[in-house]
Structure formats: C-alpha cells, structure tokens
Design a protein around this ligand. Sequence first.
Ligand code: SAM
Ligand code: SF4
Ligand code: F3S
Length: 454
Amino acid sequence: MKKLFIQSYGCAMNFSDSEIVASILSKEGYIITNTIEESDLILINTCSIREKAEETIRHRLRNINIIKKNKPSLIIGILGCMAERLKDKLLKEEKIVDIVAGPDSYRDLPKLICKVLEKNEKSVNTILSLEETYDNIEPVRLNSNGITAFISIMRGCDNMCSFCVVPFTRGRERSRDPLSIVKEAKNLYSKGYREITLLGQNVDSYKWSKETNNKKKLEKSTEIKDVIVFSDLLEMVANINSDLRIRFSTSHPKDITNDVLKVIKNHENVCNYIHLPAQSGNSRILKKMNRTYDRNWYLDKINNIKKIVGNECGISSDFITGFCSETEEEHHDTLSLMDNVIYDYSYMYYYSERPGTLAQRKYEDDISLEIKKRRLSEIIKKQNKHSLNRNKLTIDKTYKVLVDGISKKSSDYNKGKTSENKLIVFPKKQNIMGTYVDVRVKDCNSATLFGEIC
Ligand code: SAM
Ligand code: SF4
Ligand code: F3S
C-alpha cells in the first residue's frame, strides 16, 4: 500500500479540494497517513494570497527536504494556487518538487505521479478549465469530526479585485450541478453530519442553467428549474432536513440578493450569519480595488441584512490596510465603517502586492510596511472591542448550539457554534456530540461565549 500525506494551506476551498484529491488518489490505491515520515507521496496544497503565505510554504519545503534526504524515493507534489501561479518555475526554484498541479488538474494526478515513478521525470499540469467542478467525485473527508463538512458549489472568480491573485490562480467562475450538491449534502446527512458549509469564492454569483450544461446533466435534472441561482440552491439544500444546518462562504457585497436574505429568514436551519467582506470603508479606495460598490452601497446591504434577517444576524468582514495610496483619512473611513456596522469579527490583513494583479501593474505599493502594520493594529484593536461588545449582548440569552467537539482549552468542556457562528463552550455532557442543545450564555470574552446547557 502506498501512503499519501496531504497538507493544506489557505482558504476553505483548498481544504475542500484536498478532500477531492484524497478521493482521486484513494481510488489509485493510496491510503492517507497523518505521519509524514511514513509517506511515499507528499502533496502540499498551497496558497498565494499574500507573500507571507508563499513564504510559509517555501519554509515547509525546507523541512520536507530533511525527510526526503533520508528517503530519496519520496515524491513531492505542489498543488493549488502557488502551483498555478508559478507553474514550472516552481520546479526550478524548489529542486525537491517532482509534481506541480494547478487546481483544475487533479483528475490528472494519477498520470502525473506515474510519469515521476515510471519515467523518473518531473511533471506539470497547470491548465485551467472552464468546466471542471469535480461534481461526480465524492470527497474523502480528511480530519473530519463527522459533524461539519464543506461542500464546494462553484470554482473560480470573475471579479478581478485589483489586489487579488485568485482570478489568476483559480480561473473563470463555474457552478456545479445543483443535483450533485444536493446528493452530496443528503449523503453527509445520512452519515450523521449536521452542518454543511457551501463554498465558493463568490457563492452569490452561483448560477447553473440547463441550457449551458450538457445533455447528460439535462436529463438528470428535468425536475428542477431551468436556471438555478444561489437562493434556489440554498433553499434546495435547506429542504433536505431541518436538522441539517447550512452555512455559506464567501458573499460578495455586490451579489448578495434579498432572495438569499429571505431564505435565511425563512429557514431556521440556514444559519443567521453572513461573511460580507468590505475590504475598505472608503469609496475612492474601493474603486481602486475594483470592488464595484462604494461605502454607501455596502452600508445599504448591511441595513438590508439587519432589516430582513434581523439585528442578531452574525456579520463578519475582511479588511485590507495600506492599499496603494491610502491616506490617513481614508484609513479612518474604514474605522468609521466598522463603528457603523459593528461586526461580530473580521479577518484583517495589511496589503501585500501580488505579481500580475491589476494593482501591481497599475499602482505603486507606496504605503510603508510600518504604516500598513500600524493601521492594521488600529483596526484589530477596534474589532476586538466590537467583538466583545457584540458577545456581551448574548449574556443571559439561550442559543441552539450544534455540539461539534471538545473545547481546545479543557477536556471537561464541550464546544459548539450558535447559528450566528459564535463559538461557545460549556461543561461536558455524555452523548451529545452531533446533537443540538440549548445553552444559556453566562459570560464571554471577545472570541468565545461561556455557557451552561439548560
Ligand atoms: N472572495 C472573497 C471576497 O471577495 O472577499 C475572499 C477572497 S480572499 C481568499 C480572502 C481575503 O484575503 C480577501 O477578502 C482580502 O481581504 C484578502 N486579500 C486578498 N488579496 C490580498 C492581498 N493582496 N493583500 C492582503 N490581503 C489580501
Ligand atoms: Fe479575490 Fe475579489 Fe474574487 Fe474575492 S471576489 S476572490 S477578493 S478577486
Ligand atoms: Fe489562497 Fe488560493 Fe484560497 S490563493 S486563499 S488558497 S483560493
């Protein structure tokens, strides 16, 4: 038996893709190992989003080199966004790499591995596809808790935000057959999973039509509407079983529709939580980022969420500080946007210039690292304060919590999530894993709620 060690970096899409890779290679006789030293094949699924992400992977390769020295037959493959961005240059730059495979070439992995094994030649496939969605591949759930799982519903991104490398590493947007998504979700439910997250770089632009899909898919799907948009898909998945929680990520502010908000409102099992990355609170910077909305448009969307879903809806964001030419005043617009919305939490970064992006070609990366970092620390400080304030509002309230594990800090406590995506810990009880319990919040900090089962 050949053993595969697979490690993922970056976003949830990458972790989900690794499960597809594991499925493809398990059919070729590979078994998954968590012990890198005993593996015959190491695959690293990589991220290019910021310079630091790529540095981390290059550092990891240095460590793997030590293992390879003791085991020269070991095959090393680079998958994902860094593979796509650097292509065969990676083979020259990182001598220990044998295989470079971009995100749309995973079906080709058995052949790529064969080339290395039988011909002793390095192999590369970084061809992007307009159609590949891996819709007929049942992922092998890696490091699964048996309760929560990702389902990839679309691939690629057509948005071309000027700072972002993803459209180059993931290619054009394409949506997966809705019936294959429903089938996968039903399968997971029957195996005991109770929460799925529908994944895509831009889930709200999900669109599948009978017309643009091939005959085989058309026949399979005669009983569904001619065109399925994200709100339809969300409803189809929500209707599988009211005990199956549904989340989705990521939404682009320009695309999220009131229909989606109404599905959240009308289905108790569609979680009251939306990740709506703003990136900046200043309209000039947003234009330069090519986000296609301005501050007021974004704030209108937030108001819609609060009006339709309710004030309790969990809302989070992504922010970038120090984007090209950002002034102090424009940075303050981001701080004031945060004061206006009061997010439950945010993912925050300082701008990292990426080769080939519109921003790299057109604008000067002219904000010093020192200023970028100072601005970042200011938004982090504000977010921490807001997270704490939002969490304090939950004290003495009772939430329906899906129990998904044991607290990292103490084995005497269970952990789970509220519909609003808040992490909550509470004293452990037997046989509640994967079930819903009502938990009353007693205390909190900015990251965690502390409660007791009612
Ligand atoms: N598709 C999602 C969206 O539209 O918001 C998220 C995509 S990206 C994987 C996650 C986040 O990384 C982005 O929202 C952005 O805040 C951040 N990011 C992307 N490119 C970046 C860059 N060049 N420097 C710093 N942060 C970046
Ligand atoms: Fe990148 Fe923008 Fe696409 Fe998100 S929507 S992946 S930030 S280009
Ligand atoms: Fe990174 Fe690629 Fe995701 S660049 S964030 S792994 S789509």
